[in-house]
Ligand binder design. Sequence first.
Ligand code: PFF
Length: 448
Amino acid sequence: MQEKQSIHGAWANRWIFILAATGSAVGLGNIWKFPYITGENGGGAFVLMYLFCILLVGVPIMMAEVFIGRRSRQSPINAMRDLAIESGRSPNWSLVGIMGVLAGFMIFSFYSVVAGWVLHYIALMGSGDMVGVGVEQAGEIFNGLLADWQTLLIWHTVFVVMVIAVVAGGVNKGLERATRIMMPALFVLLLVMLGYSMSTDGFAQGFDFLFHFDPSELSGEAVLVALGHAFFTLSLGMGSIMAYGSYMPKKAKIGSTVLTIAAMDTIVALIAGLAIFPIVFANSMDPGAGPGLMFVTLPVAFGQMPGGQIFGFLFFVLVGVAAWTSAISLIEPAAAFMVEKFGLKRLPACIILGLLVWGLGITCLGAFNFMSDFTLFGKNMFDLLDYATANIMLPLGGIFIAVFAGWFVKQHASKEELGLSDGVYKLWYVLVRFVAPIAVGIVFCLNL
Ligand code: PFF
């Protein structure tokens, strides 16, 4: 059989795929969200749950996404349909891809608002305005930004344009070029931050907070958050990784590649936690401060360290880039689908998508100011979209993908595509067939 090619292009080699998928995985979820949800959910016990979820649920589902994408070489909606047909199943499996595209829009809209805060902080740090500020003042600056919808709108717009510009460039000239340089740089800067935090008085306390295990701190809600975050941080359950997998070289081994990506993502999250919590404790701040954690603690720390203006500036540049490479992957499945389905060129497809997410994003930035009174299910738009995607849609998408790969795709297809040894294949098979769906199902039911 002749090997299928994607009409969108292909990664130059296995390492570019690893870097691109890591670019998708490593983002605001690692540097902004992981530390603050760990803070809100009590620390070590939560971190342990999260690691279990990554290994037992995240990794097998990521392998499933990559093989489904690579076998069909199409956008997730068409990939699910084609693979279903290949295995003699209903083409309606494409609905999973459609839900993924929807989740991508929803995530993008609040993600872009937070990325906008990051862009604003790049300017703030670079200008030297944050040098020497105290905790209280830093809090006021952040709250002032949230109240100022015009500034938020400008940065949100800038971010949408940055993302659309890359996705419109296509797989090689857009995505590949954008991810290949910035990921190692991000890693280096996180290590610099880690070095700094190790030298503060709070390091032992911060370390203890992240790794001290006390099961009594674990609530049902915390387990749901840990599971949801495992999906969010690995970009699973909505087709991003499936789309990236469709550009992956045939020769590359899926198992070791996926493990590398998951490991890099986890390491970055832990380093971000180790960089932020010591600073929180050294300044007697509240680890449960919520979404503002990164925007209040880090500027204070940078404002006091030698060279902090430069390092603070670079740090936010790199958080911005991490957000950028992730946001690209939120749009890619929809962009690829529009090209396949309607024969559009990349640019017009991306402009339409950009306008959609830009509009939805405005309701999220408004949640902090002109729309603060508007709530649905007791949450403002920002919290609602975050909650609905991370805690419901991604895990649900993940279950469907696991069930599809484990129960509906013909075994010879998954075996051939994954290329694992018999023992490892059996392990994977048990994980996607039973462990992942049952674990997600139980966590869901407990929380209803
Ligand atoms: N994984 C990204 C992060 O941790 O910031 C967010 C994300 C990107 C989620 C792409 C989902 C996705 F499809």
